[in-house]
Design a protein around this ligand. Structure first.
Ligand code: KDG
Length: 352
């Protein structure tokens, strides 16, 4: 038998044995791990993770990263199935499913979470954060960020980590919006959040709350003239096909929270809980990096796609802030004065 043939035979025999023990370089560890004690089929538990955004959005890429880390580090005792584009329902329905334990994971913006834990509406205060760095400081470093997450278990959900949706900008198909006066009578879709509704009413618009999954059709059919979301969502959800004007209002910074069903959390071992927590933070840093790049990059693509893009002057943004600040007093008690004070102080300190 020719020499090279013995080589191939040997190699294929070797790879066969590796595959049997689950492949590749880190054969050793993996072999050791996987070969040693793969979980009995009966012991494998599944996380079904659903989001409203599509599979092109960094949020879905973040979920795929979470899947990779959790399945690797739990040695397959937990597997993750990711669903996008509202396949498992809209934000409210998915959070209710987590409470019931009929779904394990979702990652909504904080605005809809405020319907379950009103404290999260502190992040809906318009023009609260001057930039992403200050947002990171307050959400990821200041104790108030974790204090809010610790309010979720009472509602049957566990907040594993903050991810990023981003600064929200306004689009519409009626006219360019530069000043407060330009908001007049625009039919704007908002998230299901009372503070957002009050802020847009104060600006003179005619806001209507609506689930994310209904938004594209509502714009297509003219049920609404406009909406507000970060650039990545506007571009990746193809809103330029149904919207002509984009105003870079940056009126609200929207965090996401990666939520897990408390039922699933309580049924997990301390090791599994630690792995899921770490994976959520690592995948969150990965998602945050991707979405920041996307939010920066896609403005030019939207211009190229024919949208009229309007920068807002600091003077006009200050005017918008003055108008929306007027609605805050009626929300302080709902949010909790303690939380409002802690967050606004943290923002001031981080802005120095
Ligand atoms: O996947 C997240 C979406 O469901 C939603 O939270 C996105 O910001 C959003 C919106 O406008 O509803």
């Amino acid at each position: 038998m020719r020499k090279w043939m013995t080589g191939i035979l040997a190699a294929s025999l070797l790879s066969l044995s590796l595959t049997a023990c689950g492949g590749g370089q880190q054969g050793g560890d993996q072999q050791k791990q996987e070969g040693a004690n793969p979980p009995a089929a009966g012991n494998v538990r599944t996380i079904r993770a659903g989001i409203g955004l599509n599979d092109q959005h960094p949020q879905f890429k973040g979920l795929e990263k979470f899947k990779e880390i959790v399945e690797r580090d739990t040695n397959g005792s937990i597997v993750v199935e990711n669903y996008h584009s509202g396949q498992l329902g809209d934000d409210r329905a998915m959070m209710e499913a987590l409470q019931l334990g009929t779904q394990e994971m979702t990652c909504p913006s904080t605005a809809p979470i405020a319907n379950f834990v009103p404290g999260f509406s502190v992040f809906d205060i318009p023009f609260l954060f001057p930039n992403e760095e200050v947002a990171d400081q307050v959400l990821l470093k200041d104790p108030v960020g974790q204090e809010l997450l610790d309010m979720l278990p009472e509602q049957g959900m566990v907040g594993l980590a903050y991810w990023e949706n981003g600064f929200r900008d306004l689009t519409n198909n009626k006219h360019e919006v530069k000043t407060v006066a330009d908001f007049k009578d625009l039919k704007i879709r908002t998230m299901e959040n009372k503070l957002h509704l009050a802020a847009f009413r104060a600006l003179g618009a005619n806001p209507t709350p609506m689930a994310f999954s209904e938004l594209f059709t509502a714009m297509q059919q003219g049920t609404v003239n406009g909406q507000e979301n970060p650039i990545a969502t506007i571009y990746l959800q193809k809103y330029n096909e149904v919207q002509k004007y984009l105003s870079l209002t940056h009126h609200v910074y929207s965090p996401f929270v990666l939520l897990l069903s408390k039922k699933f959390w309580d049924e997990s071992t301390p090791e599994e809980q630690e792995i899921m927590k770490k994976a959520a933070q690592e995948a969150g840093d990965y998602e945050r990096k991707l979405v920041r790049e996307a939010n920066g990059e896609y403005v030019d693509d939207l211009k190229a796609a024919g949208m009229t893009v309007t920068e807002i002057t600091e003077a006009d943004r200050a005017e918008m802030k003055k108008v929306t600040d007027a609605v805050l007093p009626q929300f302080v008690d709902t949010i909790g004065k303690d939380i409002v004070d802690k967050v606004t102080t943290a923002v001031e300190n981080a802005s120095k």
